[in-house]
Write a protein that binds this ligand. Structure first.
Ligand SMILES: [Zn+2]
Length: 93
């Protein structure tokens, strides 16, 4: 099982995908490529618990980028900085 977080690859998306959404995938299930609601192309971010804290268990960033992932590193509570991939440089909640 893995949680994938999705954002619209371009444009604003719809009510489901405009701010991103998470989807739980069973092992071996292919990741979504388009939004199930509006059909917009999606990009993936690694959602918790794959987000690394403080770089102690840093994943191989080149590997992640090659597979189309965007990785964020938690810098403080509710704030993440991008380490690799496409997408906004900072996520804050
Ligand atoms: Zn959508």
């Amino acid at each position: 099982m893995a949680i994938h977080e999705y954002f619209p690859a371009q444009g604003r998306g719809c009510a489901l995908c405009c701010y991103g959404f998470e989807r739980l995938h069973a092992a071996g299930e292919a990741p979504l490529e388009t939004c199930p609601a509006c059909g917009a192309a999606l990009r993936r971010a690694l959602a918790a618990p794959a987000i690394v804290e403080g770089g102690a268990h840093r994943l191989n960033e080149a590997h992640l980028a090659k597979h189309g992932y965007t990785q964020y590193r938690r810098v403080e509570k509710g704030r993440y900085e991008k380490t690799v991939g496409e997408g906004p440089d900072v996520l804050a909640s």
